[in-house]
Ligand binder design. Structure first.
Ligand code: GLU
Length: 562
């Protein structure tokens, strides 16, 4: 999904290269066009292109030193995918360029107002009103949130002032980072170079102006002070570590992240101390509401089951976008939100609802500088390093594991058995599930209890990267409907040892069934490793069909729109 990256420095230097490098890292989020704007001696130069960043890089022939450069990867919401509609958008006089994520809901009204002043916009894109209202309408730009409706973040270069202006309304992320020489603006901290040691995150209704190295912040037009937070990004996110895809690399990291999580969470009695943090809230609660989307929702379903069986507290998993003001939440409740990126818009919307009911929120997030982490009472990191492939694999495993450790009465966990189990499963995955010589016309994944939730996640993984129709189903429920679809072109994958009847019903109708063996010794946690062979199967099937599993069509890594 959309991305913003920009740089400003006192001394001219190759900021175009830095901006393109930042955009390259944001690529994983998914986009349809990209562009940059930079200051030259005589004007603001804009270069944009549809398609991948490589096409834009080809178009950027020279990289002169400059003091300001901003860039954008667009995921079109208003206006078709075209060079003209992509960002940066220029004011009609060419002195202000803007990159923007989100949607300006009242852009039609703004457009009409501009037209009454004789300013005729060139595109149907909501973004184009921003440089023009900054240029022609308001004396005080720090008042801009009063006029613009919707959720947005944007970054504007002002050629005359040689400055950057930044604004944020709503839940979309925007950060400022700095190293010795350059100040960076980014919608995702992953894109910041390793030299950045401090960051500031922009909050709702704030604006910021940067001139050289001078930064001033405002909240609804009132000057405010903000503190730099230490930042350390000591990994190289663009390294596939010898694997041909990020997806394969990330699946192969599951054993090491398991070790890392268990060590960090259990070392030195840490687990008791961590649980102590939310003990009071847990004691008071009658129901735990888990909220998440996609893969994280499947982790939430599994955790709800773990919580009910281990803590004997009622636990309900909600799809974030289905939680509403009318959902019954009023008993003393506690909420757990799960999000890899910590920026998922639907889950942030849940936080708005949970806040109105004053329900304490625990976040399980991979990015602990994220908006979800900041807005939650407690945040527990997933500790699995950057996940670049759009289809989540290791973060799913990490969310279940972290949740299992926190919401359990057990105080110790033997990691060696678990890691041995996972490593073996990883090794034998390709023997368990071969790519079928004849492509199935439909795939069912079946299981009972936790294995049913695992089946839902397995089916999602196959859908995401292979574009084949695949459904996760409770094993015994199959005969109550979908069995009518089973024929000799059906493939079924069964989890667990308790699916014998369903397997017999499928094979009797010509369907092919592959059983994933339950790891021994079997436990709630060890059974989760059964997802690994399916993750590998989805990856291999996608590759055999000629698809890039790291960037499935139509999908984005962190879904920052509602
Ligand atoms: N609404 C803007 C557009 O359609 C921004 C989209 C985005 O967030 O990338 O161009």
């Amino acid at each position: 999904m959309c991305g913003i990256f920009g740089c400003i420095s006192k001394q001219p230097q190759n900021l175009i290269k830095k901006t393109l490098e930042g955009l390259k890292i944001l690529e994983y989020r998914g986009y349809d066009s990209a562009g940059i704007a930079y200051i030259t001696q005589s004007k603001l130069k804009v270069i944009k292109q549809i398609g991948g960043l490589e096409q834009l890089i080809k178009k950027v022939k020279n990289q002169p030193d400059t003091t300001i450069c901003i860039g954008h990867t667009r995921w079109a919401t208003n206006g078709a995918v075209s060079v003209e509609n992509s960002h940066p958008h220029l004011s009609i006089d060419g002195t202000i360029a803007v990159v923007h994520n989100g949607i300006i809901e009242n852009y039609q009204d703004c457009r009409k107002q501009l037209e009454t002043k004789g300013i005729k916009l060139r595109t149907p894109v909501d973004t184009e009103i921003i440089p023009n209202i900054l240029c022609y309408t308001y004396n005080n730009k720090h008042n801009i949130h009063k006029y613009l409706k919707g959720q947005y973040v944007f970054c504007a270069v002002n050629y005359k002032k040689q400055s950057l202006f930044i604004a944020k309304k709503g839940n979309l992320p925007l950060y400022i980072g700095q190293d010795q020489q350059v100040i960076y603006i980014t919608s995702d901290t992953l894109a910041l170079p390793n030299s950045v040691t401090q960051i500031i995150s922009m909050n709702n209704l704030e604006t910021c102006e940067i001139n050289g190295s001078k930064i001033s912040f405002f909240y609804l037009n009132r000057p405010i002070k903000k503190q730099w937070q230490p930042f350390n990004q000591s990994f190289t996110s663009s390294n596939k570590n010898g694997f041909s895809t990020y997806m394969e690399k990330e699946i192969n990291e599951i054993p090491s992240i398991t070790q890392q999580i268990i060590f960090q969470y259990t070392n030195n009695n840490n687990l008791l101390k961590l649980r102590q943090k939310f003990q009071q809230d847990l004691k008071n609660t009658k129901c735990i509401h888990l909220c998440a989307c996609g893969t994280s929702y499947h982790a939430a379903l599994i955790l709800a089951n773990i919580i009910e069986t281990n803590l004997h507290i009622r636990a309900i998993a909600h799809i974030s976008s289905e939680l509403s003001e009318t959902t019954l939440l009023d008993e003393p409740s506690l909420a757990i939100v799960i999000s890899q990126s910590g920026e998922t818009a639907d889950t942030l919307n849940c936080i708005d609802i949970l806040d109105t009911k004053q329900i304490p929120i625990i976040a399980l997030c991979n990015i602990t500088t994220s908006t979800i982490a900041k807005r939650s009472k407690y945040t527990f990191p997933l500790l699995c390093g950057p996940e670049i492939a759009v289809a989540s694999t290791k973060a799913f495993y990490a969310a279940v594991l972290v949740g299992y450790l926190l919401f359990n009465s057990k105080t110790t966990i033997s990691s060696s058995n678990l890691i041995r189990n996972i490593t073996t499963t990883l090794k034998i995955s390709r023997h368990l599930l071969h790519i079928p010589t004849q492509l199935p016309n439909k795939i069912f994944i079946i299981g009972k209890g936790i294995n049913y939730y695992l089946a839902l996640e397995a089916a999602l993984k196959i859908k995401e990267v292979t574009y084949l129709h695949c459904e996760g189903y409770p094993a015994n429920e199959l005969k109550h409907g979908p069995l009518s679809m089973v024929d000799n072109k059906t493939l079924a994958i069964a989890f667990g040892t308790d699916t014998a009847n369903a397997i017999a019903e499928i094979t009797a109708r010509g369907g092919k069934v592959i059983t994933i063996p339950t790891p021994t010794p079997s436990s709630q946690l060890s059974s989760i490793s059964q997802i690994i062979p399916i993750q590998i199967f989805a990856l291999d099937l996608a590759l055999s069909l000629g698809y890039n599993p790291d960037k499935p069509r139509n999908l984005a890594k962190s879904v920052t729109v509602l």
